[in-house]
Design a protein around this ligand. Structure first.
Ligand SMILES: O=c1ccn([C@@H]2O[C@H](COP(=O)(O)O)[C@@H](O)[C@H]2O)c(=O)[nH]1
Length: 236
């Protein structure tokens, strides 16, 4: 899996998606989230894979272990590179997800990497305390979910840049730290709470960054991508 910025294709149709991608060569890493997948179904994933894109299918599964296992068995057949579950579903659910992926991956193919969502980057300390009734700081909750995810055998987590360093220390450099909530220093925050710049992500030890609106909402998306990639790679 390449470590160039993962572009969140948060569009409502295949038409919009491919119009957007026409400004890029096929050598980018993309994320298909709920809105695009629910609209276009597995066909959008097959099309992107046929065109050579690395695909993160971001459906954030969260259900009883048996259901998640069966669903992952199906997703494994799509040939995507990365899939995810909510770590809050528990260790047994995450283990079941991995089992489903192993079972569904066609022989001779590589199993998609599997990561656990810790606390969404749109969540802050107040919500953890008052809405989730978790009596530890958000950072400790994220670290706990990361360790649980690792103990279930998954390949990494979705977290914010603010937790990447502590997770790297606890779970190692190979453990994926996929970080959304990326903004340029003059960019809008939108609905995100734990944001950071591409440079901050690199310095904190994130292994991947996920970028949506800072690219898709830019006047010149290709230029925004190049700027973010250069900052992420430390080239400027
Ligand atoms: O904790 C999470 C998990 C997933 N996301 C997804 O990443 C992108 C971010 O989009 P922006 O426009 O850059 O804010 C989006 O698809 C989310 O569903 C996340 O933001 N936080």
């Amino acid at each position: 899996m390449k470590n160039t910025p993962i572009i969140a294709l948060d569009f409502h149709s295949a038409e919009k998606t491919f119009e957007f991608l026409s400004a890029f060569d096929g050598d980018v890493h993309v994320k298909v989230g709920m809105q695009l997948y629910y609209k276009e179904g597995p066909a959008i994933v097959s099309r992107l894979k046929e065109l050579g894109y690395d695909v993160f299918l971001d459906l954030k599964l969260h259900d009883i272990p048996n259901t998640v296992k069966s669903a992952m068995e199906v997703l494994a057949g799509f040939g995507v590179d990365l899939v995810n579950v909510h770590a809050a579903g528990g260790k047994a659910m995450m283990e079941a997800a991995l089992e489903g992926l192993d079972k569904g991956t066609p022989s001779g193919h590589k199993r998609p990497a599997l990561i656990g969502v810790t606390q969404l980057t749109s969540t802050d300390d107040r919500q953890v305390r008052e809405e989730q009734l978790i009596n530890v700081a958000l950072r400790d909750s994220v670290l706990h979910y990361a360790q649980l995810t690792k103990s279930a055998g998954l390949d990494g987590v979705v977290c914010s840049v603010h937790e990447s360093a502590v997770i790297q220390e606890a779970c190692g450099t190979e453990f994926l730290k996929v970080t959304p909530g990326i903004r340029l220093s003059d960019g809008g925050v939108h609905d995100q709470k734990r944001i950071a710049t591409p440079e901050e992500a690199r310095l904190a030890g994130s292994t991947h960054i996920v970028v949506g609106r800072a690219i898709t909402g830019a006047v010149d998306p290709r230029a925004a991508y190049e700027e973010i990639n250069a900052l992420w790679k430390g080239l400027v």
